[in-house]
Design a protein around this ligand. Structure first.
Ligand SMILES: [Ca+2]
Length: 454
């Protein structure tokens, strides 16, 4: 209004001047006037812009306003319990925003804000004024309000999205917690399993150590035993086991006769290890002897001999002994009889009083069996009749044997050198050469029956 008035005044005055002054002077005054008017217009525009900006509370580079300050943001203030507080002091009024760490529901606040916004817009649109400056300000305020509403809407979307995010986070946290519990459980189980395993392993190790110790003891005992065996063989098989393979005379120390005695060892026949207890070969030794001689033995171990019933008892009383009888006739034909089980006086409390009864079983061989019928019989000598005959078989057949009534073999009979006219009183093996042929060679021998038969 003021500018328009001035425009009018200026137009009027210029027309007055044009009519009263000359042209050159008139042109100079016109230029001066236009410059003044332009300056006034520029000043007015700047003032108006500054006023609008001031009213809209925009910071001006050349105007310092004491009431406006930068936002103050403080995190986790202890008094309010909020996570974040944002304060902006405008005209001494602080604006605080509380972010609850538990992510509270802001939707109510947004609704309130939207209502407030609508109310403000209504108030602004209803505000009628004739003042053109005030109308411009109101319009500006309405635009700002719309922008703020847009920001608020975006904030609401963000808050909703954050809330959803928190829900997902809660679920993942729950999942993680249950996973953690499971892992702890698994670890605990594994730990107890490992502890059990370690305990079992330790037990096994201990038992293994004990076993090793016991094995070591056993080994040393065996070694001692083997040394003892080598030093004090129980029979010819022990001597052979200690590495001797030569036939000959050796000392043996049967378990039940620790004093020991000399025997002839046959280390060559059928694998060897045989302890010889009877031999006939040349008739050089008288075999027609009494009880004491047959009990204690006679002859020479390298030649004809009888080892003695007591010694045979010592060698066989534990059982598990096999018997082999090798024989040949005067045509140098050979034969043998093998018995897998042989013993003398095995079940007797006093074998001598019991008569050194014979146990024999399990025949095999080439000479035929001439001994099984004597199994269970007691030994009879010419001075001790323990046979089942009315007579003394030993006296009758000139020998000493486990006679029944009387015999099928008579290896301690007279050395009659082959066929003879007398009946069954020579060195007889009836299944091979009958009752009237006295053998050239006989040898009775024993060994533990653990060795397999050839
Ligand atoms: Ca009799």
């Amino acid at each position: 209004m003021m500018l328009n008035d001035r425009w009018t005044i200026m137009n009027n005055s210029s027309s007055e001047l044009d009519s009263k002054r000359p042209n050159t002077h008139k042109r100079c005054c016109s230029v001066l006037l236009w410059s003044v008017v332009t300056l006034v217009v520029i000043a007015a525009v700047v003032t108006a812009t500054a006023t609008i900006l001031y009213l809209n509370q925009y910071p001006l580079p050349f105007i310092s306003r004491g009431g406006v300050s930068s936002p103050v943001i403080s995190t986790n203030p202890k008094d309010s319990g909020a996570l974040v507080t944002v304060s902006r002091v405008v005209d001494g009024e602080p604006i605080s925003i509380f972010l609850d760490p538990n992510c509270p529901d802001f939707s109510e606040h947004f609704v309130r804000w939207e209502a407030l916004q609508s109310s403000l817009l209504r108030t602004l649109s209803n505000h009628n004024t004739d003042d053109w400056q005030e109308r411009g300000l109101v319009q500006k305020l309405a635009e700002e309000l719309k922008v703020l509403a847009g920001h608020a809407h975006n904030l609401r979307l963000e808050a909703d999205s954050l809330k959803r995010g928190q829900g997902v986070l809660d679920q993942r946290l729950d999942g993680l917690q249950s996973e953690q519990s499971r892992i702890i459980q698994v670890l605990s189980d594994s730990h107890s399993g490992v502890v059990k395993l370690a305990a079992g392993f330790s037990d096994s190790l201990l038992s293994l150590q004990r076993e090793t110790e016991s094995l070591r003891r056993l080994k040393s005992e065996l070694s001692r035993e083997s040394t003892l065996t080598a030093l004090r063989p129980r029979d010819c098989s022990d001597i052979q086991a200690s590495g001797v393979s030569q036939d000959g005379v050796y000392s043996v120390f049967p378990t039940h006769d620790p004093d020991g005695f000399m025997v002839y060892c046959d280390m060559s026949t059928d694998g060897g290890g045989w302890t010889v207890f009877q031999r006939r070969e040349d008739g050089s030794v008288n075999f027609f002897r009494g009880w004491d001689a047959y009990r204690d033995g006679f002859g020479t171990t390298t030649g004809e001999h009888w080892l003695g019933l007591q010694r045979i008892y010592s060698l066989t009383r534990s059982g598990g002994v096999e018997l082999r009888i090798d024989m040949s006739d005067f045509d140098n034909a050979t034969a043998f009889a093998h018995y897998s089980d042989f013993s003398v006086g095995r079940d007797s409390v006093n074998p001598e009083e019991d008569g050194y009864p014979l146990v024999v079983d399990g025949y095999s061989g080439t000479a035929g069996d001439s001994l099984l019928k004597h199994s269970g019989m007691r030994f009879t000598t010419k001075d001790r009749d323990q046979d089942q005959s009315e007579n003394n078989c030993a006296a009758y057949y000139q020998g000493a044997w486990w006679y029944r009534n009387c015999h099928t073999s008579n290896l301690n009979g007279q050395y009659l050198r082959g066929g003879h006219a007398s009946y069954a009183d020579g060195v007889e093996w009836s299944s091979w050469t009958g009752w009237q042929y006295s053998l050239q060679f006989t040898e009775m021998k024993i060994r533990p029956s653990t060795k397999p038969m050839s």
